[in-house]
Design a protein around this ligand. Structure first.
Ligand code: CO
Length: 208
C-alpha cells in the first residue's frame, strides 16, 4: 500500500465517523475512560480493537513481541500502573496468539543478537514448564501449549505487582488470559484464577 493511501483512508474514516455521530471527535477529545487494559503481541495480524469489536476510547493498549510482562520492564510496568491507578480499568487482559513469531524464536536455537535478552524472557517460561512442553511430541501442538502457558505466566507477572493486588482487593479488578486463534479468528479464554495464583508455592508473591 502506498503511504498516500493511508491519508485518503483517514479522510474516509473521519467522514464515516461523523456520518454516524457528528459529535464523535468532540466527545473523543473530552478524555479517555477505558474499562480495560489489553496487553498483546505486536504481530500485525492481531488487531485488538478489530477482533474485540471496540471503538476508540474503550481499551488502553500495550503491545510488544510475544505479549510479555517482564518484571523489570519499565515500559509495561508504567502502562499497568497508569491504567490501574489513574484510568482505573476494571479488567486487564493478556492476549497471546497461535503462530506467534516470538514464541517460535524461543523454541529455536538461533542467535538473534539484539533480540536475545527479550527472547530469554520467553525461554524462561519454557524452562518453568519444560516437563509438560517436552512431553508434547507434535511441534505445532507444543507451540500452541507454549503460547497458552506464556499467557498464563504473564498474567502471573501482573498479579505479582502491588498495584494490581491492591486494586483486586479494593476494586475487584480482574485479570484475563486469552489466546487469539489466528486460524479461526476466535478468542479463547484460558480462565485465570487470581486468588489461586497467590496461594500454595506462589504465596511468596503475596504483598499483604
Ligand atoms: Co506474536
Amino acid at each position: 500500500m502506498k503511504i498516500e493511501k493511508i491519508f485518503e483512508n483517514n479522510q474516509q474514516w473521519i467522514a464515516d465517523k461523523l456520518k454516524k455521530d457528528e459529535d464523535f471527535f468532540v466527545n473523543l477529545s473530552k478524555g479517555q475512560n477505558p474499562y480495560m487494559l489489553y496487553i498483546g503481541c505486536s504481530d500485525s495480524r492481531v488487531s485488538p480493537e478489530a477482533m474485540m469489536g471496540l471503538e476508540p476510547g474503550e481499551v488502553f493498549v500495550h503491545r510488544n513481541i510475544a505479549n510479555m510482562v517482564p518484571n523489570t520492564d519499565l515500559n509495561v510496568m508504567s502502562v499497568i500502573n497508569y491504567a490501574v491507578e489513574h484510568l482505573e480499568v476494571k479488567h486487564i487482559v493478556v492476549c497471546g496468539h497461535y503462530d506467534c513469531g516470538g514464541i517460535k524464536a524461543a523454541m529455536h536455537h538461533t542467535d538473534l543478537g539484539m533480540l536475545n535478552p527479550w527472547v530469554r524472557n520467553i525461554r524462561d517460561v519454557y524452562r518453568l514448564h519444560m516437563e509438560k512442553l517436552d512431553a508434547i511430541t507434535d511441534e505445532g501442538d507444543r507451540h500452541k501449549r507454549f503460547v497458552e502457558l506464556n499467557v498464563e505466566e504473564q498474567c502471573v507477572n501482573i498479579i505479582k505487582t502491588a498495584v494490581v493486588q491492591k486494586a483486586h482487593r479494593d476494586k475487584a479488578i480482574t485479570i484475563h488470559g486469552w489466546v487469539f486463534d489466528i486460524h479461526s479468528g476466535k478468542l479463547i479464554d484460558l480462565g485465570i484464577d487470581f486468588d489461586g495464583v497467590l496461594e500454595g508455592n506462589m504465596g511468596i508473591y503475596r504483598l499483604s
